[in-house]
Design a protein around this ligand. Structure first.
Ligand code: AKB
Length: 328
């Protein structure tokens, strides 16, 4: 336990930074619906403004992690007690723009943690399977293990875990996090990630278009359906702190597959799916350096993590929703 008085999580006035991204667009609405009496501010950067229900169902504000002054005024204005920091360049794009990735992921995080320290906020900043590297055990990755990633994204994710733990132990800031697998959803597309193929193939399948796969057959990665990922954030942020042995960041897992297994499952629902491989060397190098699957025992024991979806139930749901969304 930290030697400084522990700051309890409140989850009443919540700022979601990156609210229009793949996770934020769904998490912001879920928090507004499911946390009674909460104010959930949709933080965004110019050019990625909220629209529709996200804009209409609650307040929104410019919240660029690189601008500590504006962030602090949003935190003051809405009396924010919890910051969900989803600002990040994903793994493949971060390899193309490493300095920008460092700026957003590290300088941005430091701004948030300093504000949290001064104003007593809890902070959630996701880590990822990207925090592992080739020296990590390939299978059933333990909670505490070797993390020597080779990508800039991975470097920033390990540093995020360490810096968040530092602020907890040193200053008592209530930081908590999970290592997300590749996330699959039908609402908002991811962008610039190594696991994006596992979302994009569903769109191609439903549209009846050939899918060009950038990841080689046989490459296993942990994946998760978005509803489980959102539940993980809610459950962890509301967990009894006295049960948390770990903080930044918990392994969470629900399924691990390689491209051919996914395509075979989709063909059970859309038999005509056509796939051609055009392996992207940047994404493939990253994927090869990541483990096949994580062991999530600590998350299950310390805060009751339990996923609901498997590959079959996720695929059925994805296909159903995309058919409606795409009018197919
Ligand atoms: C990516 O592929 O970069 C992300 C991740 C696994 O963190 N989806």
């Amino acid at each position: 336990m930290p030697h400084i008085q522990y700051l309890d999580t409140r989850m009443k006035n919540i700022l979601v930074i990156g609210s229009t991204g793949q996770i934020g667009s769904e998490l912001t609405l879920k928090l507004r619906r499911e946390v009674p009496g909460s104010t959930v501010v949709a933080g965004y950067i110019p050019g990625a403004e909220p629209h529709g229900e996200l804009l209409e169902s609650g307040p929104s504000a410019i919240a660029d992690v690189r601008n500590a002054g504006t962030l602090a005024s949003v935190v003051d204005k809405y009396k924010i007690d919890t910051v969900i920091n989803l600002a990040a360049l994903l793994s493949a794009i971060a390899e193309r723009k490493p300095l920008m990735a460092w700026d957003i992921q590290m300088n941005g995080l430091l701004n948030i943690l300093e504000i949290a320290r001064e104003k007593g906020c809890a902070v959630f900043t996701p880590s990822s399977i990207g925090s592992f590297g080739p020296e990590t055990p390939r299978k059933d990755v333990p909670q505490d293990t070797i993390q020597r990633p080779r990508s800039m994204y991975g470097v920033t994710k390990v540093a995020t875990e360490l810096l968040s733990d530092y602020y907890f132990h040193k200053f008592g800031v209530d930081t908590r996090s999970v290592r997300f697998p590749g996330l699959i959803s039908y609402t908002t597309l991811p962008g610039g990630g190594t696991t994006d193929y596992a979302v994009e193939v569903y769109y191609s399948a439903v549209k009846g278009e050939e899918f060009v796969c950038p990841i080689a057959a046989g490459t296993y990665m942990d994946m998760m359906y978005m509803p489980d990922a959102l539940d993980a954030v809610m459950k962890l942020m509301q967990a009894d702190p006295s049960r948390l042995v770990h903080r930044n960041a918990f392994n969470i897992a629900s399924m691990s597959f390689e491209p051919e297994t996914l395509f075979a499952k989709i063909r059970e629902y859309i038999p005509g799916l056509k796939v051609r491989y055009e392996v992207d060397p940047i994404r493939q190098a990253i994927a090869t350096s990541w483990p096949d699957n994580m062991d999530d025992t600590c998350a299950r024991e310390e805060w009751g993590w339990k996923p609901t979806y498997n590959l079959d139930t996720m695929t059925r749901d994805m296909v159903e929703h995309l058919r409606i969304k795409l009018g197919k």
